[in-house]
Design a protein around this ligand. Structure first.
Ligand SMILES: Nc1ncnc2c1ncn2[C@@H]1O[C@H](COP(=O)(O)OP(=O)(O)OP(=O)(O)O)[C@@H](O)[C@H]1O
Length: 336
């Protein structure tokens, strides 16, 4: 009797502690959301509409980097994430950005998406300084598919439909986007299909807890109702939904397929390529071998500089070159 009461008491105490922990996490989460409203955007907005009336409505974005250098605010003293990088991407080109870890690939695409401004040098979009354009127009014209995208505690249909909010209830468009993003098969296996609501406790593990709280992030990752590969498929489907807006002129895919199996990744890039009409595409991936024959330009980074650029055939003619080396390393790592 005593033992029974003690075990009930202990369980009640443990449950109470667990609930307290949840409450504490919830309060911290809310605090961080309210904290966001105090953050001011240090990137200055421009006033030029994009696309301008001179630009073709149907052409992809052209991009020129003029000797761009960049250091992260608060990063290591004098550490450059990009050093004197020049290149040109013509409207509608498919570009593959390669390089070893930490060579500056993600930083480069963050500058193209204007998440940061260059510390020196200039980024030109369709011949004009990127800083002159209205940010909202540039965002509307850019679709980014990265590892960091979030899912929301909404239905799968809404999670995909948010790519084009005006069409969020168009089931056929959403189904088509899910197919292109590779999410259709796993969604079909769910009892509630597209109507499945993602669990608010687990779906946003990366924002529910501090990223530095690694144990908690790992715990939530394990209990999440949608595993990594499937998350990426849903996020990719949202990108395809975004294309239905007709406003996208630049597509950036930065390791947005890293959690997919090779077949899933191949399929995703094939479907992206099929949407090329009127869009410039920049793909960042360590598994680039299957893409090389489609690339107009390959940009090869080596910390933190652009060391080679050109077609696959041109770069493979530099036998001790960086691209040549990466090509064989990744071929061994991923194709065996
Ligand atoms: N937010 C940040 N603050 C400070 N330094 C950063 C930040 N993000 C990246 N860096 C540094 O900038 C450099 C370039 O990083 P970046 O992420 O662009 O490389 P990457 O080529 O995309 O690497 P990977 O292939 O591993 O994704 C690295 O030295 C990195 O440590």
């Amino acid at each position: 009797m005593f033992q029974h009461s003690e075990s009930i008491l202990r369980r009640a105490f443990e449950n109470g502690m667990h609930e307290l922990g949840e409450l504490w996490r919830g309060i911290n989460f809310m605090k961080r959301i309210y904290g966001l409203s105090n953050i001011t955007n240090i990137i200055k907005d421009g006033d030029l509409p994009y696309p301008t009336t001179h630009q073709s409505e149907v052409a992809g974005m052209s991009i020129d980097l003029r000797n761009v250098s960049f250091s992260y605010p608060g990063g290591k003293l004098n550490a450059k994430a990009l050093d004197d990088v020049p290149f040109s991407i013509k409207s509608g080109q498919l570009v593959i950005l390669v390089g070893s870890n930490g060579s500056g690939k993600s930083t480069l695409v963050k500058l193209l998406a204007r998440l940061y401004d260059a510390s020196s040098g200039q980024v030109l979009v369709d011949g004009q300084d990127i800083q002159g354009y209205k940010m909202v127009d540039l965002r509307r014209a850019t679709a980014s598919l990265t590892q960091d995208h979030h899912l929301y505690p909404l239905s799968l249909s809404e999670n995909i439909g948010l790519g084009n909010p005006t069409q969020v209830s168009e089931t056929n468009m959403i189904l088509d986007a899910a197919k292109k993003g590779g999410a259709d098969s796993f969604i079909a296996k769910l009892k509630q299909g597209l109507s499945t609501i993602l669990d608010p406790q687990t779906v946003q593990y990366s924002v529910m807890v501090q990223a530095s709280d690694k144990t908690q992030v790992e715990k939530l990752k394990k209990t999440t109702d949608i595993p990594g590969g499937e998350r990426q498929r849903v996020v990719a489907s949202r990108t395809f939904m975004r294309f239905t807006s007709g406003t996208v002129k630049l597509v950036i895919a930065d390791e947005g397929s890293s959690a997919l199996d090779p077949e899933g990744e191949w399929e995703l890039f094939k479907n992206l390529r099929e949407e090329r009409q009127g869009k410039t595409m920049v793909f960042v991936t360590h598994r680039f071998r299957h893409l090389t024959k489609f690339a107009n330009v390959i940009l090869c980074m080596k910390d933190p500089r652009l060391v080679e650029s050109g077609t696959h055939n041109k770069l493979m003619k530099i036998p001790d070159g960086e691209y040549f080396k990466l090509y064989y390393i990744q071929a061994k790592a991923f194709d065996s």
